[in-house]
Design a protein around this ligand. Structure first.
Ligand SMILES: *Cc1c(COP(=O)(O)O)cnc(C)c1O
Length: 382
């Protein structure tokens, strides 16, 4: 390796260490036959409150069987971009099914939620256009925004007045895209979609909403597509599989099929991932009550620990804010791990400085007893 590259890596890592921001990968086994929501780390079996498997479908027997069957029938990989020869027929079934679930004319499946967001934004706006984006938008949305080259205004989280002020600049740009999330991944709160949609309509701005954490777990909320022009999502969370999608009008999907570089220049999903997603959607069709369960469990936990009622199945357990918060979050994580729970500490730069937290994510795969035991452990150690 070139000396200068070695030195570059070493210096960067030293500065991450100094800020306590170096990340490492922890082997975490998720065994198909194990009790739902448990994982093995080292010699410990832990109940996982950090996964995004919000409906417990990643290891559901029907989903596992569908994936295994698709591997046997179609092989392990798609072998090419969907635009070349990688578009096996399962894609059309899934896209039809996603469009129906989202209430849109059409949907387009891509490799992941990250690829959906980083592909769709540069296909819609460029230099000379304006993007107005919520400050807490996911890194994949920010990546798409940066790639687009559009003028970007980052506005205070969920601050409708700040969005309105940013949109006052709209007239100086050719096109304008407003970017936010339905349910925010690290805080679990919801965007004021109705107000944002009204602002966008008044200014001829397009509204893109990332529904990664709302999909299949927001049965009591109005459909996101009622407000958004473009909806993005992932198959990797409540759907229990892997992949991402963009949902919207047919003409938008037709354009993205030619212009979203993350679709055009990336291999199609393995057939097993598509089959697993289809099976997961079928499980939810047959048991729609499943969708309300994660948030009900989050509410049960919040009630037991004296936290305010949650807006979704995601509950941020922010440790006392301010300096040293990273260490406090890591200490609480270790204490809970000793009690049999996996609740991973989320630290800057994933969240703003001083707001390190355990991000708890409740799932239909958890039992009432799991949640009550976690609440007792949190009361004891917090
Ligand atoms: C997880 C997540 C993504 C990325 O989805 P993947 O399928 O995991 O790549 C995008 N946006 C938000 C808000 C997310 O939470």
């Amino acid at each position: 390796m070139t000396d200068s590259l070695r030195a570059f890596c070493r210096d960067k890592l030293a500065s991450l260490d100094e800020r306590r921001q170096r990340r490492t990968l922890e082997p975490t086994a998720r065994l198909a036959g194990a009790r739902p929501m448990t994982v093995a780390r080292g010699d410990r079996v832990l109940v996982d409150f950090s996964s995004n498997d919000a409906l417990g479908l990643a290891r559901h027997p029907r989903v596992v069987q569908a994936a295994a069957g698709a591997v046997r029938e179609h092989g392990a990989g798609a072998a090419a971009s969907r635009l070349v020869s990688g578009n096996h027929p399962l894609f059309a079934l899934l896209e039809e099914r996603l469009a129906k679930t989202k209430g849109t004319e059409a949907a387009l499946v891509v490799g992941s939620g990250f690829l959906a967001n980083s592909g769709v934004i540069p296909a819609l706006v460029k230099e000379g256009d304006l993007v107005v984006v919520d400050a807490l938008a996911h890194a994949s949305l920010m990546t798409g925004v940066r790639l687009s080259g559009a003028r970007t205004l980052v506005v205070d989280h969920n601050d409708t007045t700040a969005f309105a002020r940013a949109l006052d600049e709209r007239a100086s740009f050719a096109r304008c895209l407003v970017v936010t999330e339905s349910v925010f991944s690290m805080d679990g709160d919801r965007a004021p979609l109705e107000a944002l949609a009204a602002l966008c309509r008044a200014r001829d701005a397009w509204l893109l909403v990332d529904d990664a954490h709302g999909f299949l777990v927001s049965p009591h909320e109005p459909p996101v597509a009622r407000f958004a022009d473009v909806v993005t999502g992932t198959l990797s969370k409540a759907t229990g599989s892997y992949g991402g999608f963009i949902a919207g009008p047919r003409v938008l999907v037709d354009l993205l099929t030619s212009r979203a570089r993350t679709l055009v220049y990336s291999t199609g999903l393995p057939p097993s991932a598509v089959a697993a997603a289809l099976a997961a959607l079928a499980v939810v069709d047959e048991d729609p009550a499943l969708m309300a369960r994660p948030r009900d469990l989050a509410a049960r936990f919040c009630h037991a620990t004296g936290l305010p009622a949650p807006a979704s199945h995601i509950v941020p357990l922010v440790v006392a804010p301010g300096p040293g918060d990273e260490e406090r979050a890591l200490a609480l994580m270790s204490a809970l791990e000793r009690e049999g729970f996996l609740a991973v500490a989320i630290r800057p730069p994933t969240v703003p400085p001083g707001t390190s937290r355990l991000r708890l994510s409740f799932s239909a795969g958890h039992t009432d007893e799991d949640v009550d035991a976690l609440a007792a452990a949190v009361r004891k150690h917090r």
